[in-house]
Design a protein around this ligand. Structure first.
Ligand code: ATP
Length: 421
């Protein structure tokens, strides 16, 4: 309708200037090529809800690779990635915007040097391959139809009804990661799952649909969820809908219960480790086996696991052992270990003592005082640190006196060592 078109043009006029400029350049380039070009997917969805989005997804009825090349010259682009066999191009700009170009025309070569076999599809087919109606709308960018919304599947209606609805009944069977995406969008926008879509979830899970997807695909969607502001509610929904149970083949005590305002402030690593807080070591290992976490996240999870196991065996009042275990541990990990009730008090106490250490002596000082290079140096430094922790030293002066005594002892030990037999 005219009213809807005017509303959309108003939304576009409200976009940040740099995005409007990008859109104008895309439009020009497509016109020069004589192709129709559309904005599609999440950008259109968010535009209609007046929400910011810096990821432009466009579909061109023509050669996407060529359009990618032209745009990378016309827009100052930081990086251009071309996928010739898919006919897609991705551009990354220095202002943080992403532009993904897909084409409805794909050129394939039967063998190198052969003439291209052109595969044509339509915008309608492109949109039908998408996940939900609200993500399957297109917005025309060409001059004559600028701002027209193409909505074959009722996306606009579902936005108004606040519903996440898939495009066909086999959608979750075709791609089970869409179940995670459905929950993500529903919680993010405070929408409901449409009844058909909600009903299809337990049916798909019963069919063990996750068996056919890789750990990479599942992990990727899961990490996207942990990056969302409302990740804890999403996590609770994943549990409530049986997604975690179906994937991990066990009902773990995931923790998504922190106050939302606190949770939101945390880094991805903290969010992840805190969600594992109530799992025992075997369970955490099993979780790791089912996922392909990014390297750094996996490394810190393994370190967390190692410390959790070690602390269980440790006498938590033994400052020397505790210090050996925890001296080099990053603060983030330290705090997360401390959030386990069993360790809260001893770790708090240890941390206070550790913060009180004002140790001045260094290895260089010891060498200058005549201690031989070798293990003695490390051992003396450790003894001083421990004396601080245990409260035997409380001031730099006391440290000096303590050191003198240690050095005397060290000298005497040296004499004994050097005595002829
Ligand atoms: P976000 O705001 O989370 O980035 P988005 O909709 O832009 O949301 P992307 O993951 O960037 O999400 O995907 C871009 C578009 O690609 C989606 O809007 C959707 O149309 C389509 N899409 C993504 N994943 C799938 C999937 N698993 N199945 C079908 N279509 C998908």
């Amino acid at each position: 309708s005219i009213a809807r078109r005017e509303e959309i043009l108003r939304h576009i006029a409200g976009l940040p200037q740099y995005i409007q400029d990008d859109l104008a350049v895309i439009r020009e380039a497509a016109s020069e090529m004589g192709n129709q070009v559309y904005l599609v997917g999440g950008f259109v969805r968010d535009l209609l809800m007046n929400m910011p989005n810096n990821d432009l997804d466009i579909v061109v009825e023509g050669n996407g690779i060529e359009l990618g090349r032209i745009l990378s010259k016309k827009l100052t682009c930081d990086k251009l990635v071309l996928h010739a066999s898919f006919g897609t191009a991705s551009l990354i700009f220095c202002n943080g915007t992403h532009l993904d170009i897909a084409s409805t025309r794909r050129e394939d070569y039967d063998f190198p040097g052969a003439l291209p076999v052109v595969e044509e599809s339509t915008l309608r087919e492109d949109l039908l391959r998408r996940d939900f109606t609200i993500n399957a709308m297109a917005l025309c960018l060409n001059e004559d139809s600028f701002g027209d919304i193409i909505d074959y599947y009722g996306g606009f209606r579902d936005l108004q009804q606040k519903e996440i609805r898939f495009l066909h009944n086999l959608s979750f069977i075709d791609d089970p990661t869409r179940m995670l995406r459905a929950i993500k969008f529903a919680v993010r926008y405070e929408f409901k799952l449409a009844k058909v879509t909600a009903d299809a979830m337990p049916i798909a899970l019963k069919e063990d649909v996750f068996a056919k997807i890789s750990a990479e695909r599942f992990t990727e969607e899961l990490i996207l969820i942990y990056k969302e502001a409302k990740f804890q509610r999403m996590g609770r929904e994943l549990i409530r809908n049986g997604i975690f149970k179906a994937w991990f083949k066990a009902d773990y005590a995931w923790n998504f219960e922190e106050a939302e305002s606190v949770g939101e402030q945390r880094s991805l690593t903290e969010r992840w480790l805190i969600s594992l807080k109530n799992l025992d070591s075997n369970e955490i290992s099993a979780v790791l086996d089912r996922l392909t976490l990014p390297k750094s996240l996996k490394r810190i999870t393994l370190e967390y696991l190692r410390l959790k196991q070690a602390l269980k065996l440790e006498d938590l009042t033994d400052l020397k052992n505790l210090d050996e275990l925890l001296a080099g541990v990053p603060l983030l990990l330290f705090n997360i270990l401390g959030s386990d009730d069993a360790y809260t008090d001893p770790l708090k106490k240890y941390r206070l003592l550790r913060e009180g250490i004002q140790m001045k002596t260094t290895g260089k000082d010891l060498r200058q005082s005549g201690v031989r290079e070798g293990p003695e140096i490390g051992s003396i430094l450790k003894q001083i640190r421990l004396a601080w922790l245990e409260g035997k030293i409380r001031t730099p002066d006391e440290e000096k006196r303590y050191l003198e005594i240690l050095l005397e002892k060290n000298d005497r030990a040296d004499c004994i060592d050097n005595k002829p037999i």
